[in-house]
Design a protein around this ligand. Structure first.
Ligand SMILES: Cc1cc2nc3c(=O)[nH]c(=O)nc-3n(C[C@H](O)[C@H](O)[C@H](O)COP(=O)(O)O)c2cc1C
Length: 388
């Protein structure tokens, strides 16, 4: 079967990634916190809304899918969110996802926990590169991150604020993910069962996290550095830190991981340019609400001026249409791009953009709409009806 036929949706990439990756990484990507209820609700939440079909409308041949992004337009209303260690799932994975985003005309938010750093990606991604910042407990480390952003000409920082507490992912505990320092016999066996992934490791060696390479306090090699980076996250995250960063960082600042309207109001008052409504893909608070069910109230709390991005559980073009109808400016996708790059590298990322864009365009047309601007201008109840 040709690749185009084989890959029809995100689930196809997920299945293929699981076949290519050692179990420890496949589980790390897929897993959620504790009982994984938030993870499941993120998906189930979309079923609470149905789309309304319109017919006999004057449709243009092309649908305008451009969306607002921090004072400018981006070509599509979705983009890859920050996912740690993309370069471990596929060599140069961060670069591959970033280049696919650039080709699609959208930004790419590079995780602090990335193999390739800002310095080496900036020349290739230019203004499409944004940086996701995890604050380290050591202020000098944070200053070095910001300095790297300044030197590279990065405009936008996504400050992640929902990880001051480290949640428990039982799959990772079972696999010993957090304690990973080097390759144990059990891990070697998992690697042996995934020869395509492992051959690359044998040929090219274990990559390191460029941003902290050469700093002995983070150890050497991505596995040790991953543990060190997580262990060193700033536990003392407060609005004061947001204001500190707002004063220090002249570019655009978005806070990621807000999912309560009181926090959205505080975000508005803190002077940030936008927020990402996110429950970290169900990886932090278990028993939480689906992100999609909070979009409308978060938009109301944030007001119309600031950008509202949303993530957690988006897999379909129609999921994205629902979020935009409810008031989001754009959607971020975490796992889908990790799976696409792990499964099929550059081609996989490009195919994922193509599939989702097509699904959004067809969905809009069947709703009788020519553009996202028309979607945003229409009253929500003319677009969506609540189910049940
Ligand atoms: C494997 C993995 C690694 C992640 N790493 C980061 C990270 O480094 N920084 C961050 O802000 N969010 C991180 N996230 C959260 C994503 O940015 C995003 O909020 C979440 O994945 C969205 O849900 P989705 O995967 O259902 O699209 C990670 C998520 C996954 C699955």
């Amino acid at each position: 079967m040709s690749r185009d036929r084989r890959y029809q949706n995100v689930d196809d990439f997920q299945k293929a990634a699981r076949k290519r990756l050692p179990k420890i990484f496949a589980d790390y990507i897929e897993g959620g916190a504790f009982s994984e209820t938030t993870l499941r609700r993120n998906r189930a939440g979309f079923d609470a809304y149905a789309l309304r079909q319109r017919v006999l409308c004057n449709l243009e041949p092309e649908v305008d899918l451009s969306a607002r992004y921090l004072g400018r337009r981006q070509a599509l209303p979705f983009f890859p969110g920050p996912v740690g260690f993309l370069g471990l799932y596929r060599r140069y994975g961060d670069l591959k996802v970033g280049l696919a985003a650039k080709a699609a005309g959208v930004p790419f938010a590079l995780s602090t926990f990335s193999i390739k750093g800002i310095a080496s990606l900036a020349p290739q991604l230019g203004e499409n590169l944004a940086f996701q910042l995890y604050l380290d407990r050591d202020p000098t480390v944070n200053e070095s991150y910001l300095e790297a952003c300044r030197i590279a000409g990065v405009e936008t920082i996504f400050l992640t604020v929902d990880t001051a507490i480290t949640s428990v992912r039982e799959r990772d505990n079972r696999n010993g993910f957090r304690a990973l320092q080097k390759i144990s016999p059990g891990l070697a066996w998992q690697f042996a069962k995934r020869p395509r992934w492992s051959l690359d490791l044998l040929r090219n060696g274990m990559p390191g996290v460029e941003l902290v390479e050469g700093r002995p306090e983070f150890g050497r090699g991505a596995l040790a550095q991953a543990s060190a980076l997580s262990a060193r996250l700033d536990k003392d995250l407060t609005w004061e830190k947001v204001r500190w960063l707002r004063d220090l960082w002249p570019g655009r600042l978005v806070i990621k991981g807000v999912s309560d309207r009181r926090d959205a109001e505080l975000a508005r008052a803190s002077g940030v340019d936008g927020i990402v409504l996110s429950n970290h893909g169900g990886r932090q608070l278990d028993q939480g609400l689906a992100s999609i069910s909070l979009v409308a109230e978060m938009r109301a709390a944030l007001g119309p001026e600031r950008d509202l991005f949303v993530d957690s559980g988006f897999r379909r073009g129609s999921d994205i249409v629902k979020a935009l109808a409810l008031g989001a400016d754009a959607v971020m996708l975490g796992r889908p791009f990790a799976w696409a790059v792990a499964a099929e590298g550059d081609w996989g990322c490009a195919r994922l953009f193509e599939l989702l864009a097509q699904e959004i365009a067809i969905t809009l047309q069947l709703m009788g709409l020519n553009s996202l601007a028309e979607l945003r201008a229409a009253p929500v109840d003319s677009l969506l009806s609540p189910m049940g």
